[in-house]
Ligand binder design. Structure first.
Ligand code: AMP
Ligand code: GLY
Length: 421
């Protein structure tokens, strides 16, 4: 069958790469894709928010299945938008997508089902939020409610920083703010846990740890993600059981009570404190760069998994994983996550010859006049899988050194918690 993929990042290139290997897939179209997807699929230059044009193209190109990479189209209801067609859309509907789209929705669900998460308060106006801040224990975590592209979360070390955060959020820094969340700071180690669900049953879809800060040793500004490793070093059987019983099952039950069901990937962002899981956030999609890190470990046909979800037949499909260790390092443009040069030449990517189990997934790239250009802050994802994290990392670093891109940088310590420094 013909498949469409929505999105243009590293996550979408890795999905495209895996779907290309699938025996059920004929042609792949990416809306709009990047230079990496252009090499293995056909890019269609339509923005992800333009549902009307995407629908027209899908019908024209006989696309039977649409895989949605990023959260925004899901939160905006792309699944419902295709209800009047026969096209299957892989991803949660608008009701379920609130798990990412609204932090207050998720926190209320946590309260109702006793799901472990940090203690929190929700404030609808600036004054009451500001009043709350005095005589509190710091740090406190202050969050804008809606989607904020990975921003919108402040870890405030004192009352002054807290006030500033609340003023910025209500001042409209992340769009119109109806409320703000103030929550307790959890001290632990983060883990990203993934499942894939068909609305009735769900299956484990690996773990990873990403590095969100721009600087070595997890310092500096937050980014979309500078790299990741998989599986997470925190993963164990007992923890897995707790995550499923205390967090995932009640959440899916909560969605059912709303008269809906959850189809798609679910990203469970956790803080692990003494082998106890606490929910930090849900994302209604794969992580980026976790997806690029995890998919090379997948040993089952991704097309079959996704189709089984759309047809509610996941129960009998076994999802197999390679017993290997994956590292992904993100090559960024100098200046990221602040200002960076656009359309910088990165044509030396042509010189890279990859070994087995080495991958380059493009993020912000395009081809213009037959030359590769870097268009985004995050440009390439370099991934290797081997039997040891340290070997995987050596391989990724070697590729980055060969590439030797003078206009970019990368973190050399990805996976330090599992490898050491
Ligand atoms: P979020 O967008 O909710 O995932 O938050 C972004 C990042 O802020 C998370 O990945 C954590 O590193 C941090 N964070 C969020 N909530 C908390 C919390 N309650 N305690 C400690 N760190 C947090
Ligand atoms: N890597 C974090 C995210 O995808 O939200």
């Amino acid at each position: 069958m013909n498949i469409g993929i929505i999105g243009s990042g590293g996550r979408e290139h890795s999905l495209c790469f895996k779907l290309k290997e699938s025996k059920i897939v004929d042609k792949i179209y990416c809306f709009p894709g990047n230079a990496g997807t252009e090499k293995i699929a056909q890019n269609v230059n339509i923005e992800t928010k333009n549902f009307e044009e995407i629908k027209k193209e899908c019908l024209k190109k006989n696309i039977e299945l649409l895989v949605v990479g990023p959260e925004q189209p899901l939160v905006d209801g792309i699944v419902e938008y295709f209800n009047d067609t026969k096209i299957k859309v892989f991803g949660p509907n608008k009701i379920s997508a609130q798990l990412e789209g609204s932090k207050t929705f998720t926190k209320k669900l946590c309260k109702k089902f006793n799901i472990p998460t940090s203690n929190f308060e929700i404030f609808k106006d600036e004054k009451s939020a500001l009043n709350y801040l005095s005589n509190k224990k710091y740090p406190l975590v202050i969050k804008a409610d809606g989607l904020a592209a990975g921003k919108g979360v402040y870890i405030s070390k004192n009352e002054n920083e807290g006030k500033n955060a609340i003023k910025e959020i209500f001042g409209g820094r992340f769009g119109k703010a109806d409320c703000v969340l103030v929550e307790e700071f959890l001290l632990g180690e983060e883990m990203s846990y993934f499942i894939v669900s068909d609305g009735i049953n769900y299956k484990f879809f690996q773990t990873a740890q990403d590095h969100k800060r721009v600087g070595e040793n997890d310092t500096g500004k937050n980014t979309g993600g500078m790299g990741a490793y998989s599986p997470s070093r925190l993963y164990n059987f007992e923890l897995d059981k707790k995550i499923n019983e205390k967090i995932i099952k009640p959440t899916l039950e909560g969605i059912k009570e709303l008269g809906s069901n959850y189809c798609g990937f679910l990203y469970v962002g956790l803080m692990i404190v003494d082998n106890e899981p606490y929910l930090i956030e849900f994302n209604v999609r794969m992580g980026d760069p976790e997806c690029q890190t995890i998919l090379p470990l997948l040993d089952t046909d991704l097309g079959e998994i996704i189709l089984a979800c759309c047809e509610k037949k996941l129960l009998n499909l076994e999802i197999k994983w390679k017993n290997k260790k994956s590292i992904c390092i993100v090559l960024c443009s100098n200046g990221y996550p602040d200002k960076y040069e656009k359309n910088a030449n990165i044509d030396q990517i042509r010189n890279i010859i990859l070994d087995n189990d080495e991958y380059i997934f493009h993020a912000g790239t395009k081809i213009e006049g037959n030359i590769y250009l870097a268009t985004g802050g995050r440009v390439l994802n370099i991934v290797a899988i081997t039997d040891e994290f340290s070997n995987s990392k050596d391989k990724t670093i070697k590729i980055l050194e060969t590439l030797n891109w003078e206009k970019g940088f990368y973190r050399k310590d990805i996976g330090y918690k599992v490898i050491g420094v």
